[in-house]
Design a protein around this ligand. Structure first.
Ligand SMILES: NC(=O)c1ccc[n+]([C@@H]2O[C@H](COP(=O)([O-])OP(=O)(O)OC[C@H]3O[C@@H](n4cnc5c(N)ncnc54)[C@H](OP(=O)(O)O)[C@@H]3O)[C@@H](O)[C@H]2O)c1
Length: 254
């Protein structure tokens, strides 16, 4: 499966949160495609580690940036403009959850933190990226949401609310940007084997409970998410916009 090619050579692609997990794997596959890849993260140490592993040479740029902070996104976009004078593809990959026992007992500070890093970050990055893409009358925006957007999961209430809003934002932006040839889509994974979900999949008891509800009998590996993201980033999906592709081994089908 890794030999599938998406025709992304020389494309300029920003992968938010590409220093580990799903974003890292997306960056790796994009580099195999000979795309120009920009990754970002909050911690320089994580970025340095990713750069060493990805071995992208001149095709890889790593920028420290907190994607919920507008001034930092402006700085990131300026660096991309200066180097490439364009942005072809944005992958809104950053997302985080802080377990919330009960939504009504959550204070505004925690609510805001989760909404900021998921919803507001996706809004800000999409807005700034679309400005650059509009200059070329061409672009792709792909956001990573979650099956938590459509199923109320314990501890993930606010995260699910934010991801559901991103799916609506995907439809709104798709309709607003269709006439400037920018397609906006999302990919909604079930559980994926990354640090984010490690407390669940690394515990044998939890894992066997989780896979009981997945017809394919396993959680996703990051590469299972990478391929749908690259399809939605490629010319193969040019007539698809405003959609969310669920990648969950069939769990929401039953
Ligand atoms: N793993 C799953 O089971 C699963 C399931 C469904 C959906 N998803 C979604 O898939 C996406 C990727 O998840 P993942 O599992 O790969 O997560 P992960 O392993 O926790 O990696 C998150 C990445 O984002 C960066 N990051 C986090 N907050 C950031 C911020 N505010 N600004 C900039 N960078 C930030 C992290 O680097 P720093 O820490 O250095 O900032 C890291 O590179 C997320 O949107 C998540 O909600 C994951």
């Amino acid at each position: 499966m890794n030999q599938i090619s998406y025709g992304l050579k020389d494309k300029v692609v920003l992968v938010t949160g590409g220093s580990r997990g799903i974003g890292f794997e997306i960056a790796q596959k994009l580099l195999e495609e000979n795309a120009n890849v920009i990754i970002c993260g909050r911690k320089q140490e994580g970025l340095d580690k990713a750069v060493a592993l990805l071995k992208g040479g001149d095709r890889l740029m790593a920028v420290q940036c907190h994607v919920a902070k507008e001034s930092e996104i402006d700085g990131l976009m300026s660096q991309i403009s200066e180097r490439y004078s364009r942005l072809d593809i944005l992958i809104n990959n950053v997302g985080m959850n802080l377990m919330t026992a009960s939504t009504i007992e959550t204070d505004l500070g925690l609510w805001t933190k989760i909404i900021d890093s998921n919803l507001n970050a996706t809004f800000l990055c999409s807005k700034k990226a679309a400005m650059l893409m509009k200059e070329n009358q061409s672009g792709k925006i792909v956001s990573i949401t979650s099956v938590a957007a459509r199923r109320a999961a314990p501890g993930m209430g606010i995260y699910g609310i934010a991801k559901a809003a991103i799916e609506m934002m995907t439809r709104v932006l798709a309709s607003e940007l269709a006439m400037v040839n920018i397609q906006v889509n999302a990919v909604a994974p079930g559980m994926v084997r990354t640090d984010f979900s490690k407390p669940f999949w690394s515990n044998d008891q939890f894992y066997s409970q989780i896979v009981k509800y997945i017809p394919m009998g396993r959680i996703a590996e990051p590469i299972d998410v990478v391929h749908p993201v690259l399809f939605l980033s490629s010319a193969a999906s040019d007539y698809i916009t405003g959609q969310t592709l669920i990648v969950d081994g069939g769990s929401t089908a039953i």
